[in-house]
Design a protein around this ligand. Structure first.
Ligand SMILES: Cc1cc2nc3c(=O)[nH]c(=O)nc-3n(C[C@H](O)[C@H](O)[C@H](O)COP(=O)(O)O)c2cc1C
Length: 698
């Protein structure tokens, strides 16, 4: 009998859908190649009987500060608590990590898992891959999967030789596309590729003729240089076309055109609450580089929170973009807003699991992502629905190994789906296939910038409106922040030093939100005596406004209870540790966020020391928070090491968080007699003991 295993298990841990999608693609290709196995989210590991698994493939992403995705925390607890060094002795494994080099803890989850599996007796059958979202996951993921097919037969038996041969041929065909510009992709062939369900609502004849495109101005054709693409060229390394698994089943009922779309199709980790916007304020002046809004939501009794928590906002894709894509792809936009469907299919991805009784517009508005950089597999799939031979070839080229420069150029231009369709006018994919290939539309998370002690029943948050031009001067915008700006009526930029919050309660503006579990313990220590060092430039100050309000209120409550002895007020103050705040912005007159509030915290003693790093008031003397920290190393050493202060960092993962980390390493080298390696190790220990906490974004 062969000593190879007869089946594999794929476990995935995903926060925003990439790992899920990649794991499922591996699973579907493995099945086609004749292997047998399962593909499961990490949180259901108990159903697998992990000690029996002989071939394990893990696809793991990161969130927070090198933390595992939220849904996999139970698995991690199990792995940490497992002390049986032989638990995985019959398991051969490999790991594909999805990370981002903008974060200091690059691919921490995959690296930790690798170590832990080895400690528990598992053996690696194929080296781990560490993909980097900063440069495009594909450049590591695609070759890693390709070589997995060479490694797998050494540990795993094929159960279905017949099917595998067919697939090998198929794979070969996909790998080696020979460019034949004179071979047009006919409408007939295209029709063959449209799943039968799609034909029920797609009038194929109509969809292939030019339609009036009233929203066409919204799309911008990409600027791409195809001079490297030559006739007769052999192309290789294309991603596989995502399996056609989604079916749209048309229902009898229709939705009245004037009915407000609901968010019931959105899959969120906690139930959605409709919160009313009560007040709003622009924290920056007209002349500031960025526009920053401060919004207050009325949450009533519905949502408990503590400072440091975050919450999710369910923001729709831009409606005119949704409409323009529908106008471009379906024969009747009106129908796309009214006809109801159930989304069905084997192993539906998580984000499609609530898509019942939905319109095509609902799906594009709330379920799939229309604005993030396209995956290569999407471009490859679009090629299959492109009738013009030259355009089709270009799409295949961009998704191939040879077209990597063009793919990078696509990424750089941050196109919407409409831009891609505009670049390739004869491309007409059915909506089902888009659902197969587009990433999930994700909720946006914000740190709460208030304390329930100061604002019971309310939450505050602050954010920059994402609105910029790409390298070719084409306007680009975010999803949630321009939507919130529009929803709250584009309040005027502040003109005075402080500005006031505008009461908009009467407008009954609703924002769908949900609670986010605080998985990284970014909360105040319960002991108020413990000193704090809070480092957060820009909107990184937001959670600290909540921390400071909380401490301010705690102090007021404590004072109102009165004290004993000759100096009650001084004795009470001793029950509250010092708070040092490092805060940064560009220009004092334009983007000093929460200026009035911070000054009040200083005045009433909530903040012991407010250190302001201003980067543009004196262009020759740019100061960042890490520069101020470097100036204060001896005092900070006293506070952090001798007085056991907890140190919090919030904001940009790359420049700021790295700079602050380096400054803290310097502090430990200078004052704690450690070398750089030992100092870094101590900082990691502090993270584990919640003395050094970071809430970062790229
Ligand atoms: C809020 C956030 C925090 C992240 N933190 C890290 C990190 O600390 N280290 C890292 O290597 N990648 C980090 N990433 C990058 C993700 O691992 C990467 O984008 C991955 O493709 C996400 O996969 P998913 O869609 O399956 O969640 C972070 C991404 C986000 C959005």
């Amino acid at each position: 009998m062969s000593d190879k295993a007869s089946s594999y298990t794929i476990l995935w841990a995903s926060q925003t859908g990439n790992a899920e999608w990649i794991a499922k693609s591996i699973h579907s290709e493995a099945k086609e190649r004749g292997y047998v196995g399962d593909c499961l989210p990490m949180d259901v590991y108990e159903t697998v009987g992990l000690d029996k698994v002989r071939v394990l493939i893990i696809v793991a992403a990161n969130t927070g500060d090198g933390d595992p995705p939220d849904h996999s925390l139970k698995f991690w607890r199990f792995m940490r608590r497992n002390k049986d060094t032989g638990y995985f002795k019959s398991c051969q494994y490999t790991i594909l990590g999805l990370g981002d080099t903008n974060y200091t803890n690059f691919n921490n989850t995959a690296k930790r898992l690798d170590r832990r599996l080895k400690d528990l007796g598992a053996t690696s059958f194929y080296p781990k891959g560490l993909a980097d979202d900063a440069e495009g996951l594909e450049s590591v993921v695609d070759p890693w999967i390709e070589k997995l097919w060479d490694a797998l037969p050494k540990v795993l038996e094929k159960n279905n030789e017949g099917s595998s041969e067919k697939v090998d041929d198929l794979a070969k065909k996909v790998e080696e596309v020979k460019i034949e510009p004179t071979n047009p992709y006919s409408p007939d062939e295209r029709a063959k590729n449209i799943p039968p369900e799609a034909e029920k609502y797609l009038n194929l004849e109509n969809s292939l003729v030019e339609k009036k495109k009233t929203k066409d101005h919204l799309g911008h054709a990409l600027k791409l240089d195809f001079s490297g693409l030559q006739s007769g060229m052999q192309l290789s390394g294309m991603p596989r076309v995502p399996a056609a698994s989604i079916k749209l089943v048309r229902l009898e009922a229709t939705r009245p055109i004037n009915e407000t779309p609901s968010t019931q199709c959105v899959v969120t980790p906690a139930p959605i609450t409709e919160a009313s916007v009560s007040r709003v304020q622009c924290l920056t002046t007209q002349e500031a580089m960025k526009r920053t809004l401060h919004v207050e939501l009325d949450i009533g009794e519905g949502l408990d929170y503590e400072p440091g928590d975050a919450f999710g906002v369910v923001a729709p894709n831009d409606e005119s973009l949704v409409e323009a894509i529908l106008e471009r792809l379906v024969p009747s936009t009106a129908e796309a807003y009214q006809a109801l469907y159930n989304v069905e299919g084997d192993g539906l991805p998580t984000h499609l699991q609530n898509s019942k009784s939905v319109t095509l517009a609902d799906l594009l508005r709330n379920v799939v992502d229309l604005t993030t950089t396209p995956r290569k597999a999407l471009l490859r799939m679009l090629a299959d629905y492109t009738s013009n031979a030259e355009e089709k070839t270009k799409l295949i080229y961009i998704s191939s190994k040879q077209g990597v420069a063009q793919f990078n150029s696509v990424r750089e231009q941050v196109p919407t789906l409409l831009d891609i369709l505009k670049t390739f006018p004869s491309c007409n994919p059915p909506i089902e296939r888009l659902l197969d290939a587009l990433p999930p539309h994700m909720p946006r998370y914000y740190s709460i910038a208030s304390s329930p002690l100061k604002f019971p029943g309310k939450i505050h948050f602050a954010f920059n409106i994402i609105d910029y031009k790409n390298i070719y001067d084409v306007p680009r915008k975010g999803v949630a922040t321009p939507w919130l700006d529009q929803l709250t009526g584009y309040v005027a930029a502040r003109s005075t030093k402080t500005g006031n919050m505008v009461d908009v309660a009467a407008k009954s503006i609703k924002v769908p939100i949900f609670r986010k579990e605080n998985t990284n313990a970014f909360i105040l220590p319960s002991d108020t005596k413990r000193p704090l060092v809070l480092i957060g430039p820009g909107t990184g100050i937001a959670p600290f406004i909540g921390f400071l309000q909380h401490r301010q209120q705690q102090l007021r409550i404590r004072k109102s209870m009165g004290g004993v002895g000759t100096h009650p007020s001084r004795d009470i103050k001793k029950e509250f540790g010092d708070i040092w705040v490092y805060y940064g912005f560009r220009e004092r007159a334009k983007d000093y966020l929460f200026e009035q509030e911070l000054e009040e915290f200083v005045k009433d003693g909530t903040i012991t020391n407010l250190r302001l790093a201003i980067s543009r008031d004196e262009p020759e003397n740019k100061t960042y928070v890490q520069d101020l920290i470097r100036k204060d190393l001896d005092k900070l050493y006293e506070l952090i090491v001798n007085q056991d202060a907890a140190c919090y960092v919030c904001g940009d993962a790359k420049g700021m968080a790295k700079g602050v980390n380096d400054a803290l390493v310097e502090m430990l080298v200078q004052h704690h007699q450690l070398d750089v390696v030992a100092a870094n190790k101590l900082l990691i220990e502090w993270m584990g003991s919640r003395k050094y906490l970071r809430d970062l974004w790229a």
